[in-house]
Design a protein around this ligand. Structure first.
Ligand code: HEM
Ligand SMILES: *[C@@H]1O[C@H](CO)[C@@H](O)[C@H](O)[C@H]1NC(C)=O
Ligand SMILES: *[C@@H]1O[C@H](CO)[C@@H](O)[C@H](O)[C@H]1NC(C)=O
Length: 321
Protein backbone atom coordinates (compact mmCIF):
# COMPACT_ATOMS: atom_id res chain seq x y z
CA UNK A 1 0.00 0.00 0.00
CA UNK A 2 2.76 2.40 1.01
CA UNK A 3 4.68 1.21 -2.04
CA UNK A 4 1.66 1.72 -4.28
CA UNK A 5 1.07 5.27 -3.13
CA UNK A 6 4.77 6.07 -3.45
CA UNK A 7 4.63 4.69 -6.98
CA UNK A 8 1.55 6.79 -7.74
CA UNK A 9 3.19 9.85 -6.30
CA UNK A 10 6.20 9.27 -8.55
CA UNK A 11 4.04 8.77 -11.65
CA UNK A 12 1.96 11.82 -10.84
CA UNK A 13 4.94 14.02 -10.16
CA UNK A 14 6.66 12.93 -13.35
CA UNK A 15 3.45 13.58 -15.26
CA UNK A 16 3.21 16.99 -13.66
CA UNK A 17 6.87 17.64 -14.45
CA UNK A 18 6.39 16.61 -18.05
CA UNK A 19 3.35 18.86 -18.26
CA UNK A 20 5.62 21.67 -17.24
CA UNK A 21 8.68 20.84 -19.27
CA UNK A 22 8.14 18.13 -21.89
CA UNK A 23 7.88 20.39 -24.85
CA UNK A 24 9.26 23.80 -25.49
CA UNK A 25 6.60 26.45 -25.21
CA UNK A 26 6.69 30.17 -25.52
CA UNK A 27 6.75 32.46 -22.51
CA UNK A 28 6.39 29.53 -20.13
CA UNK A 29 2.69 29.22 -20.92
CA UNK A 30 1.16 25.89 -21.93
CA UNK A 31 -2.40 24.72 -22.66
CA UNK A 32 -1.78 21.83 -20.27
CA UNK A 33 -0.90 23.84 -17.20
CA UNK A 34 -3.94 22.74 -15.17
CA UNK A 35 -4.30 19.23 -16.64
CA UNK A 36 -2.90 17.58 -13.52
CA UNK A 37 -3.24 20.37 -10.95
CA UNK A 38 -6.98 20.78 -11.46
CA UNK A 39 -8.55 19.18 -14.54
CA UNK A 40 -11.97 20.48 -13.44
CA UNK A 41 -10.88 24.11 -13.77
CA UNK A 42 -11.48 24.78 -17.47
CA UNK A 43 -14.90 23.05 -17.61
CA UNK A 44 -15.94 25.10 -14.56
CA UNK A 45 -14.96 28.38 -16.24
CA UNK A 46 -16.88 27.37 -19.35
CA UNK A 47 -20.02 26.57 -17.35
CA UNK A 48 -20.10 29.95 -15.62
CA UNK A 49 -19.34 31.85 -18.83
CA UNK A 50 -22.09 30.01 -20.71
CA UNK A 51 -24.62 30.74 -17.98
CA UNK A 52 -23.65 34.40 -17.86
CA UNK A 53 -23.82 34.79 -21.66
CA UNK A 54 -27.17 32.99 -21.73
CA UNK A 55 -28.47 35.48 -19.20
CA UNK A 56 -27.07 38.50 -21.05
CA UNK A 57 -25.52 38.08 -24.51
CA UNK A 58 -23.47 41.26 -24.11
CA UNK A 59 -21.55 39.71 -21.24
CA UNK A 60 -19.56 37.66 -23.78
CA UNK A 61 -18.31 40.89 -25.33
CA UNK A 62 -17.55 42.45 -21.96
CA UNK A 63 -15.50 39.44 -20.84
CA UNK A 64 -13.52 39.35 -24.08
CA UNK A 65 -12.72 43.03 -23.66
CA UNK A 66 -11.45 42.50 -20.10
CA UNK A 67 -8.75 40.11 -21.30
CA UNK A 68 -7.61 42.75 -23.82
CA UNK A 69 -7.57 45.51 -21.20
CA UNK A 70 -5.63 43.23 -18.87
CA UNK A 71 -2.97 42.26 -21.41
CA UNK A 72 -2.29 45.75 -22.78
CA UNK A 73 -1.44 47.17 -19.36
CA UNK A 74 1.79 45.68 -17.99
CA UNK A 75 0.99 42.29 -19.52
CA UNK A 76 -1.68 39.68 -18.87
CA UNK A 77 -1.42 39.67 -15.09
CA UNK A 78 -4.95 40.24 -13.79
CA UNK A 79 -4.12 43.83 -12.89
CA UNK A 80 -7.34 45.16 -14.42
CA UNK A 81 -9.34 43.30 -11.78
CA UNK A 82 -7.83 44.96 -8.71
CA UNK A 83 -10.08 47.28 -6.71
CA UNK A 84 -8.65 50.53 -5.32
CA UNK A 85 -6.94 50.59 -1.93
CA UNK A 86 -4.47 53.07 -0.45
CA UNK A 87 -1.71 51.10 -2.20
CA UNK A 88 -3.53 49.91 -5.34
CA UNK A 89 -3.87 52.48 -8.12
CA UNK A 90 -6.89 50.73 -9.62
CA UNK A 91 -7.04 50.59 -13.41
CA UNK A 92 -10.81 50.52 -13.15
CA UNK A 93 -10.77 54.34 -13.00
CA UNK A 94 -8.55 54.82 -16.03
CA UNK A 95 -10.32 56.59 -18.89
CA UNK A 96 -10.78 53.49 -21.09
CA UNK A 97 -12.29 51.54 -18.17
CA UNK A 98 -14.21 53.98 -15.98
CA UNK A 99 -17.96 53.40 -16.42
CA UNK A 100 -17.08 51.16 -19.32
CA UNK A 101 -15.23 47.95 -18.41
CA UNK A 102 -17.72 45.44 -17.05
CA UNK A 103 -18.08 41.79 -16.15
CA UNK A 104 -16.17 41.93 -12.86
CA UNK A 105 -18.99 40.18 -11.00
CA UNK A 106 -18.88 37.30 -13.48
CA UNK A 107 -15.13 36.98 -12.95
CA UNK A 108 -15.81 36.82 -9.19
CA UNK A 109 -18.35 34.05 -9.80
CA UNK A 110 -15.92 32.12 -11.96
CA UNK A 111 -13.15 32.48 -9.39
CA UNK A 112 -15.39 31.23 -6.58
CA UNK A 113 -16.53 28.26 -8.65
CA UNK A 114 -13.05 27.35 -9.85
CA UNK A 115 -11.58 27.50 -6.35
CA UNK A 116 -14.49 25.37 -5.14
CA UNK A 117 -14.02 22.62 -7.73
CA UNK A 118 -10.23 22.68 -7.36
CA UNK A 119 -10.49 22.69 -3.57
CA UNK A 120 -7.97 25.52 -3.28
CA UNK A 121 -6.89 28.63 -5.19
CA UNK A 122 -4.62 27.27 -7.90
CA UNK A 123 -5.97 29.07 -10.98
CA UNK A 124 -4.82 32.64 -11.51
CA UNK A 125 -7.21 35.48 -12.25
CA UNK A 126 -5.14 36.31 -15.35
CA UNK A 127 -5.70 32.77 -16.67
CA UNK A 128 -9.41 33.00 -15.84
CA UNK A 129 -9.62 36.14 -18.01
CA UNK A 130 -7.87 34.37 -20.91
CA UNK A 131 -10.11 31.30 -20.74
CA UNK A 132 -13.30 33.34 -20.21
CA UNK A 133 -12.43 35.37 -23.33
CA UNK A 134 -12.17 32.18 -25.40
CA UNK A 135 -15.33 30.66 -23.93
CA UNK A 136 -17.21 33.92 -24.59
CA UNK A 137 -16.21 33.95 -28.24
CA UNK A 138 -17.28 30.33 -28.58
CA UNK A 139 -20.59 31.05 -26.82
CA UNK A 140 -21.32 33.76 -29.39
CA UNK A 141 -20.63 31.46 -32.33
CA UNK A 142 -16.97 32.28 -32.95
CA UNK A 143 -13.80 30.21 -33.25
CA UNK A 144 -12.14 28.22 -30.51
CA UNK A 145 -8.45 27.98 -29.69
CA UNK A 146 -6.15 26.39 -27.15
CA UNK A 147 -5.56 28.91 -24.38
CA UNK A 148 -2.00 28.89 -23.10
CA UNK A 149 -1.94 28.94 -19.31
CA UNK A 150 0.26 29.39 -16.30
CA UNK A 151 0.04 33.16 -15.87
CA UNK A 152 0.27 34.46 -12.33
CA UNK A 153 -1.38 37.50 -10.81
CA UNK A 154 0.20 40.88 -10.23
CA UNK A 155 0.41 42.54 -6.84
CA UNK A 156 0.06 46.01 -8.32
CA UNK A 157 -2.00 48.01 -10.79
CA UNK A 158 -1.41 51.28 -12.61
CA UNK A 159 -4.08 53.72 -13.70
CA UNK A 160 -1.41 55.79 -15.44
CA UNK A 161 -0.22 52.81 -17.48
CA UNK A 162 -3.84 52.03 -18.40
CA UNK A 163 -4.34 55.61 -19.56
CA UNK A 164 -1.10 55.61 -21.53
CA UNK A 165 -1.12 52.14 -23.03
CA UNK A 166 -4.69 51.45 -24.10
CA UNK A 167 -5.55 52.55 -27.64
CA UNK A 168 -8.31 55.17 -27.85
CA UNK A 169 -11.30 55.30 -30.21
CA UNK A 170 -10.14 58.56 -31.78
CA UNK A 171 -6.82 57.15 -32.99
CA UNK A 172 -5.85 57.11 -36.64
CA UNK A 173 -4.25 54.09 -38.28
CA UNK A 174 -0.59 55.07 -37.66
CA UNK A 175 -1.27 55.57 -33.93
CA UNK A 176 -3.11 52.26 -33.71
CA UNK A 177 -0.29 50.46 -35.50
CA UNK A 178 2.23 52.08 -33.21
CA UNK A 179 0.20 51.27 -30.10
CA UNK A 180 0.03 47.59 -31.06
CA UNK A 181 3.69 47.58 -32.07
CA UNK A 182 4.67 48.64 -28.57
CA UNK A 183 3.00 45.44 -27.38
CA UNK A 184 4.93 43.39 -29.92
CA UNK A 185 1.88 43.05 -32.15
CA UNK A 186 1.73 43.56 -35.91
CA UNK A 187 -0.73 45.17 -38.35
CA UNK A 188 -2.29 41.77 -38.92
CA UNK A 189 -2.88 41.39 -35.16
CA UNK A 190 -4.44 44.86 -35.07
CA UNK A 191 -6.86 44.12 -37.89
CA UNK A 192 -7.75 40.62 -36.70
CA UNK A 193 -8.17 41.59 -33.04
CA UNK A 194 -10.23 44.67 -33.92
CA UNK A 195 -12.66 42.07 -35.27
CA UNK A 196 -13.62 41.62 -31.60
CA UNK A 197 -15.87 44.59 -32.36
CA UNK A 198 -18.10 42.14 -34.20
CA UNK A 199 -19.69 41.80 -30.76
CA UNK A 200 -20.73 44.28 -28.09
CA UNK A 201 -21.59 47.95 -27.75
CA UNK A 202 -20.08 51.41 -27.42
CA UNK A 203 -21.32 54.52 -25.66
CA UNK A 204 -22.21 57.71 -27.50
CA UNK A 205 -19.28 59.64 -26.03
CA UNK A 206 -16.91 57.24 -27.80
CA UNK A 207 -18.32 57.73 -31.30
CA UNK A 208 -19.73 61.28 -31.17
CA UNK A 209 -16.67 62.75 -32.79
CA UNK A 210 -16.97 60.23 -35.61
CA UNK A 211 -20.64 60.79 -36.41
CA UNK A 212 -20.35 64.59 -36.37
CA UNK A 213 -16.88 65.17 -37.78
CA UNK A 214 -15.68 62.27 -39.93
CA UNK A 215 -16.06 62.42 -43.69
CA UNK A 216 -15.39 58.71 -44.33
CA UNK A 217 -18.78 57.75 -42.91
CA UNK A 218 -21.97 56.58 -44.62
CA UNK A 219 -24.38 59.53 -44.53
CA UNK A 220 -27.53 57.65 -43.58
CA UNK A 221 -25.64 55.67 -40.96
CA UNK A 222 -24.30 58.85 -39.37
CA UNK A 223 -27.65 60.62 -39.48
CA UNK A 224 -29.39 57.74 -37.80
CA UNK A 225 -26.80 57.61 -35.02
CA UNK A 226 -26.99 61.37 -34.45
CA UNK A 227 -30.66 61.02 -33.61
CA UNK A 228 -29.84 59.30 -30.35
CA UNK A 229 -26.29 60.52 -29.88
CA UNK A 230 -26.68 64.32 -30.13
CA UNK A 231 -23.90 66.90 -29.82
CA UNK A 232 -24.42 67.16 -26.09
CA UNK A 233 -25.90 64.82 -23.53
CA UNK A 234 -26.86 61.15 -23.90
CA UNK A 235 -23.21 60.24 -23.33
CA UNK A 236 -23.98 56.74 -22.16
CA UNK A 237 -26.44 55.79 -24.91
CA UNK A 238 -25.33 52.53 -26.48
CA UNK A 239 -24.95 51.59 -30.13
CA UNK A 240 -23.88 48.13 -31.27
CA UNK A 241 -20.39 47.94 -32.73
CA UNK A 242 -21.76 46.01 -35.71
CA UNK A 243 -25.32 45.07 -36.78
CA UNK A 244 -25.14 41.68 -35.02
CA UNK A 245 -23.64 42.44 -31.58
CA UNK A 246 -24.26 38.95 -30.22
CA UNK A 247 -22.78 37.03 -33.17
CA UNK A 248 -19.11 36.55 -33.86
CA UNK A 249 -19.44 36.99 -37.62
CA UNK A 250 -17.71 39.02 -40.37
CA UNK A 251 -20.22 41.88 -40.56
CA UNK A 252 -17.81 44.13 -38.69
CA UNK A 253 -15.48 44.02 -41.71
CA UNK A 254 -18.30 44.26 -44.26
CA UNK A 255 -19.41 47.42 -42.51
CA UNK A 256 -15.95 48.95 -42.69
CA UNK A 257 -16.07 48.48 -46.48
CA UNK A 258 -19.30 50.52 -46.60
CA UNK A 259 -17.99 53.20 -44.20
CA UNK A 260 -20.21 52.04 -41.37
CA UNK A 261 -17.58 51.46 -38.74
CA UNK A 262 -18.88 52.82 -35.43
CA UNK A 263 -15.61 54.03 -33.93
CA UNK A 264 -13.17 56.32 -35.69
CA UNK A 265 -10.52 53.69 -34.85
CA UNK A 266 -12.59 50.97 -36.53
CA UNK A 267 -12.97 52.91 -39.78
CA UNK A 268 -9.27 53.79 -39.63
CA UNK A 269 -8.50 50.19 -40.62
CA UNK A 270 -9.79 50.96 -44.10
CA UNK A 271 -7.41 53.90 -44.56
CA UNK A 272 -4.14 52.04 -45.15
CA UNK A 273 -3.30 49.64 -47.89
CA UNK A 274 -2.10 46.64 -45.91
CA UNK A 275 -4.83 46.94 -43.27
CA UNK A 276 -7.50 47.39 -45.94
CA UNK A 277 -6.36 44.24 -47.76
CA UNK A 278 -6.91 42.28 -44.56
CA UNK A 279 -10.28 43.94 -43.93
CA UNK A 280 -11.36 42.90 -47.42
CA UNK A 281 -10.23 39.33 -47.05
CA UNK A 282 -11.87 38.90 -43.64
CA UNK A 283 -15.10 40.44 -44.95
CA UNK A 284 -15.80 37.51 -47.26
CA UNK A 285 -13.76 34.76 -45.63
CA UNK A 286 -14.83 34.00 -42.08
CA UNK A 287 -12.40 31.10 -41.92
CA UNK A 288 -9.48 33.46 -42.51
CA UNK A 289 -10.82 35.85 -39.88
CA UNK A 290 -11.37 33.09 -37.34
CA UNK A 291 -7.96 31.56 -37.91
CA UNK A 292 -6.14 34.89 -37.64
CA UNK A 293 -8.23 36.05 -34.69
CA UNK A 294 -7.36 32.87 -32.80
CA UNK A 295 -3.67 33.23 -33.65
CA UNK A 296 -3.57 36.88 -32.67
CA UNK A 297 -5.42 36.49 -29.40
CA UNK A 298 -2.94 33.79 -28.38
CA UNK A 299 -0.17 36.26 -29.21
CA UNK A 300 -1.94 38.93 -27.17
CA UNK A 301 -2.26 36.45 -24.30
CA UNK A 302 1.50 35.97 -24.34
CA UNK A 303 2.21 39.61 -23.50
CA UNK A 304 4.53 39.77 -20.49
CA UNK A 305 2.93 37.14 -18.28
CA UNK A 306 4.18 36.61 -14.75
CA UNK A 307 5.37 33.00 -14.50
CA UNK A 308 7.14 30.59 -12.19
CA UNK A 309 7.20 32.12 -8.74
CA UNK A 310 6.59 35.69 -9.90
CA UNK A 311 3.45 37.35 -8.57
CA UNK A 312 0.88 35.20 -6.84
CA UNK A 313 -2.35 33.26 -7.27
CA UNK A 314 -4.95 35.58 -5.82
CA UNK A 315 -7.69 34.16 -3.60
CA UNK A 316 -9.91 37.08 -4.55
CA UNK A 317 -9.41 38.60 -7.99
CA UNK A 318 -10.17 42.08 -6.61
CA UNK A 319 -7.40 42.07 -3.98
CA UNK A 320 -3.81 41.04 -3.55
CA UNK A 321 -3.43 38.25 -1.00
C1 HEM B 1 -7.78 48.61 -31.80
C2 HEM B 1 -7.97 49.41 -30.79
C3 HEM B 1 -9.22 49.39 -29.97
C4 HEM B 1 -9.90 50.49 -29.55
C5 HEM B 1 -9.54 51.94 -29.81
C6 HEM B 1 -11.05 50.03 -28.82
C7 HEM B 1 -11.98 50.83 -28.22
C8 HEM B 1 -13.19 50.42 -27.72
C9 HEM B 1 -14.22 51.29 -27.23
C10 HEM B 1 -14.13 52.79 -27.14
C11 HEM B 1 -15.27 50.51 -26.88
C12 HEM B 1 -16.61 50.98 -26.32
C13 HEM B 1 -16.49 51.17 -24.82
C14 HEM B 1 -17.64 51.96 -24.25
O1 HEM B 1 -18.23 52.75 -24.98
O2 HEM B 1 -17.92 51.78 -23.05
C15 HEM B 1 -14.91 49.15 -27.13
C16 HEM B 1 -15.71 48.07 -26.91
C17 HEM B 1 -15.29 46.76 -27.05
N1 HEM B 1 -14.02 46.34 -27.37
FE1 HEM B 1 -12.57 47.49 -28.14
N2 HEM B 1 -11.06 48.67 -28.82
C18 HEM B 1 -9.96 48.23 -29.49
C19 HEM B 1 -9.56 46.91 -29.66
C20 HEM B 1 -10.19 45.86 -29.07
C21 HEM B 1 -9.64 44.53 -28.95
C22 HEM B 1 -8.24 44.15 -29.41
C23 HEM B 1 -10.58 43.76 -28.34
C24 HEM B 1 -10.50 42.32 -27.94
C25 HEM B 1 -9.72 41.43 -28.48
C26 HEM B 1 -11.73 44.60 -28.10
C27 HEM B 1 -12.91 44.19 -27.58
C28 HEM B 1 -14.01 44.99 -27.37
C29 HEM B 1 -15.34 44.49 -27.10
C30 HEM B 1 -15.76 43.04 -27.11
C31 HEM B 1 -16.15 45.61 -26.87
C32 HEM B 1 -17.63 45.64 -26.46
C33 HEM B 1 -17.69 45.53 -24.94
C34 HEM B 1 -19.09 45.52 -24.34
O3 HEM B 1 -20.08 45.57 -25.07
O4 HEM B 1 -19.14 45.48 -23.09
N3 HEM B 1 -11.44 45.87 -28.52
N4 HEM B 1 -13.63 49.12 -27.63
C1 LIG C 1 -15.13 57.85 -13.03
O1 LIG C 1 -16.51 58.06 -13.23
C2 LIG C 1 -17.18 58.70 -12.19
C3 LIG C 1 -18.64 58.84 -12.56
O2 LIG C 1 -19.27 57.63 -12.53
C4 LIG C 1 -16.60 60.06 -11.91
O3 LIG C 1 -17.23 60.66 -10.80
C5 LIG C 1 -15.12 59.95 -11.67
O4 LIG C 1 -14.55 61.23 -11.58
C6 LIG C 1 -14.43 59.17 -12.78
N1 LIG C 1 -13.06 58.93 -12.41
C7 LIG C 1 -12.05 59.39 -13.12
C8 LIG C 1 -10.72 59.15 -12.57
O5 LIG C 1 -12.19 59.98 -14.17
C1 LIG D 1 -15.57 68.33 -34.29
O1 LIG D 1 -14.31 68.92 -34.55
C2 LIG D 1 -14.18 70.22 -34.05
C3 LIG D 1 -12.87 70.79 -34.55
O2 LIG D 1 -11.82 69.87 -34.37
C4 LIG D 1 -14.26 70.18 -32.53
O3 LIG D 1 -14.13 71.46 -31.99
C5 LIG D 1 -15.60 69.61 -32.12
O4 LIG D 1 -15.66 69.44 -30.73
C6 LIG D 1 -15.83 68.25 -32.80
N1 LIG D 1 -17.20 67.82 -32.55
C7 LIG D 1 -17.51 66.75 -31.86
C8 LIG D 1 -18.94 66.45 -31.70
O5 LIG D 1 -16.66 66.02 -31.36
Amino acid sequence: MAFLSLFRALVLSSLAASALSARPYKHGLTPHFYDYVCPQALPAIKRVVEAAVQQERRMGASLLRLHFHDCFVNGCDGSVLLDPTPTIDSEKFAAPNNNSARGFEVIDQIKAEVDRVCGRPVVSCADILAVAARDSVVALGGPSWKVRLGRRDSTMASRTAANNDMPTPNMDLPSLINNFKRQGLKVKDLVALSGAHTIGFAQCLNFRNRIFNDSNIDKAFAKNLRSFCPRTGSNTNLASLDPTPARFDTLYYNNLLSQKGLLHSDQALSTGESALELVKSYSYNYEAFWKDFAKSIVRMGNIKPLIGNQGQIRSNCRRVN
